[in-house]
Design a protein around this ligand. Structure first.
Ligand code: LHQ
Length: 261
């Protein structure tokens, strides 16, 4: 079961996971991160796509700075433990989950909240969403995997620019630089995000996840090695019922029905 700070609902193959601390723009505290981890693992067991969205006007403002205020008067937070024990399990889970994950960025995404969105497979943004790396504004370096994800999405130069400036960019700018995949008008955002996720939930789940793995590998191995990994991944995808059924459907000139296995 997940706590109140994370809401979980399933609909047509999609686990809708809502970050639910709207009074602080869904800032993360330990309980919320643990609940998010549980929700992702539950989604992987029970559904074929996960959709992450924020309640209220924010997606997530990153680390709850108030919750660690005391630690600053007490020698300072243990950053290594905080990241390794609270954030990294969630981020590793996101990149290895056996189903695709869509970030539905309904409002501001800052710091580790932006990192969370970047670690997802797809990013949809409401037209009122804003993105702020935020880290440099409080004298920190990027965390939540952002030094990996951000340059891969927008290129090294822009990543550096966004990290050193730290102020917000709007959804249209985010779309123009490749930070998000689609911008949707706010009044239609929840419905259209869910519809998008439902389409993914009807897709070839295994091929999606292997594609994520290939893209991750392809960004840091050499071409020769990538070709080896590609061959192995294709063998895995090619052994699924979804592949066999889709080829049969193509040859019979009808639409395939993917089962996710
Ligand atoms: C918040 C927060 C927040 C608490 C808004 N915490 N209350 C990892 C490991 C260890 C340590 C540190 O960090 C990390 C990773 C990180 O995520 S570092 C980055 C942490 N996040 C930030 O620095 C962002 C801080 N927030 C902001 O800059 C602004 O709130 C943004 C730009 C997100 C939104 O601005 P506005 O739309 O103007 O909203 P607001 O500032 O008025 O916020 C609304 C309320 O939410 C407000 O409370 P109040 O009681 O006045 O209504 C804020 O205090 C609260 N809030 N972010 N991170």
């Amino acid at each position: 079961m997940t706590g109140q700070s994370i809401l979980y609902a399933a609909q047509d193959g999609v686990a809708v996971i809502t970050l639910n601390r709207p009074e602080v723009l869904n800032a993360f505290n330990p309980e919320m991160l643990a609940a998010l981890q549980s929700a992702l693992l539950r989604a992987e067991r029970e559904e074929r796509c996960a959709l992450l969205i924020g309640s209220g006007r924010g997606f997530s403002s990153g680390q709850d700075l108030e919750s660690i205020e005391d630690q600053y008067n007490n020698g300072g937070p243990d950053f290594v433990a905080l990241l390794r024990e609270q954030y990294h399990p969630v981020l590793r889970t996101l990149r290895s989950l056996a189903i695709p994950v869509v970030a539905a960025v309904n409002g501001v995404a800052a710091g580790a909240g932006m990192s969370l969105a970047l670690a997802c497979d797809v990013r949809l943004a409401s037209d009122v969403a804003r993105f702020s790396t935020a880290f440099a504004r409080i004298g920190l370096v990027p965390d939540g995997g952002m030094a990996y994800t951000l340059p891969r999405l927008v290129g090294a130069g822009r990543a550096n620019w966004l990290l050193m400036r730290g102020d917000s960019i709007d959804a249209e700018t985010a779309l123009a630089i490749g930070l998000v995949d689609e911008v949707i008008i706010a009044s239609e955002f929840p419905e259209r995000s869910l519809a998008f996720a439902q389409k993914l939930a009807e897709g070839p789940t295994k091929a999606y996840v292997l594609t994520r793995h290939l893209l991750d590998q392809g960004s840091h191995v050499g071409f020769d090695e990538l070709l080896d990994i590609e061959a192995e991944s294709q063998a895995e995808a090619g052994a699924t019922n979804d592949h066999r059924a889709a080829v049969a459907a193509f040859l019979q000139k009808r639409q395939p029905a993917f089962r996710g296995r």
